[in-house]
Design a protein around this ligand. Structure first.
Ligand code: AKG
Length: 324
């Protein structure tokens, strides 16, 4: 009997084991894919020249030094640094991702870090989801040796098999929080706490990533992960994360969306490798970004620019009228 057609990553499908058994992949590739499907992550060596890594670190250093915020990340350094763009576009990474997802990947965001993020545990699906679900992953590359004391990445093996917990699951109407400050507050106070409670309730076991400079980890979109505390004050932890989606999906951010009432926060994306704009697609049909939510977002943004000129109650009244 042949397997039914389906529209989700094969590694996340109930048919995965049967398909893998019948596939013509080499034993090495089978082991690679199986590890990812079972554990939600896989570690490999993308064979990047060490000198290339050193150059990126040196080129970004002046920008890192200028950051006055606590958060030392540079988002989308690929827009001004060709080496960062090349790391996001590595052929070997593309090959691995095609193997894992059987679909064409594209990088859409880079994050470069000079130090550990000490970020609370989360699933990337709350930030980046696709329809059909789970066509997203992260590739984290160590730009120096990573040990327990310089704020390594942590992750919870197998946690990608948990359901995707959306904002509605924690009693939050996500589309009410599309303003950055409000969204951040809700994310910290509701989402992160909820995830930590799930970890505690299920007794999930954490692993801490100790890898060598140049090695990489791919995590599946729903794998719970975050950053460990920096145990050695002042320690650097240079790394680059690239986030990838896969072709022919709709791409949206659940932390701002209420899919049930058609308020879907579709994201504007560019394929980092080609520079092309990404279109959202649903069963081969292009989906326009001009949803009601998109209009509301633009209006709220404009309103916050002029808000200081008006009394607060009026601004609040106009805001709630826009959001209705
Ligand atoms: O590098 C880290 O410490 C965390 C990165 C992360 O959580 C992410 O990119 O989603």
């Amino acid at each position: 009997m042949s397997l039914p057609e389906y529209n989700l990553p094969w590694i996340d499908s109930p048919f995965f084991n049967a398909e893998l058994r019948d596939s013509k992949l080499s034993e090495e590739d089978k082991a690679f894919v199986k590890h990812f499907a079972d554990e939600g992550y896989v570690i490999f060596d993308p064979k990047i020249e060490e000198s290339e890594i050193d150059l990126i670190v040196a080129e970004l250093m002046p920008k890192f030094n200028k950051l006055e915020t606590e958060d030392k990340r540079i988002q989308d350094a690929w827009t001004f640094n060709e080496r960062v763009r090349k790391i996001a576009s590595l052929n070997i990474v593309y090959e691995k991702l095609r193997l894992l997802y059987k679909r064409e990947p594209f990088p859409f965001q880079t994050l470069n870090f000079p130090v550990g993020t000490q970020q609370n545990t989360h699933s990337d699906m709350i930030h980046f989801n696709s329809i059909p679900q789970r066509f997203m992953c992260g590739v984290w590359i160590a730009f120096e040796d990573i040990t327990n004391d310089n704020g390594p990445l942590h992750y919870y093996p197998k946690s990608h098999k948990l359901p995707f917990y959306d904002m509605i699951d924690m009693g939050v109407k996500a589309s009410d929080n599309i303003e950055k400050k409000k969204a951040m507050m809700v994310y910290f106070e509701n989402y992160e706490l909820f995830i930590q409670e799930i970890i505690n309730a299920l007794g999930l076991k954490k692993e801490v990533l100790n890898i060598k400079k140049g090695q990489a980890l791919i995590w599946s979109s729903n794998l719970l992960h975050g950053g460990e505390h920096i145990l050695r004050p002042g320690a650097s932890r240079h790394s680059q994360v690239t986030h990838y989606y896969f072709n022919d999906c709709m791409y949206y951010s659940p932390k701002y969306s209420d899919v049930a009432i058609n308020k879907i926060y579709l994201t504007d994306l560019v394929n980092i490798k080609t520079g092309e704009k990404i279109v959202n697609k649903y069963f081969d049909e292009v989906v326009n970004r001009s949803t009601k939510l998109q209009f509301q977002m633009q209006a709220v943004k404009m309103l916050s620019k002029i808000a200081p000129l008006f009394p607060r109650p009026i601004v609040d009244m106009v805001r709630s009228a826009i959001m209705r």
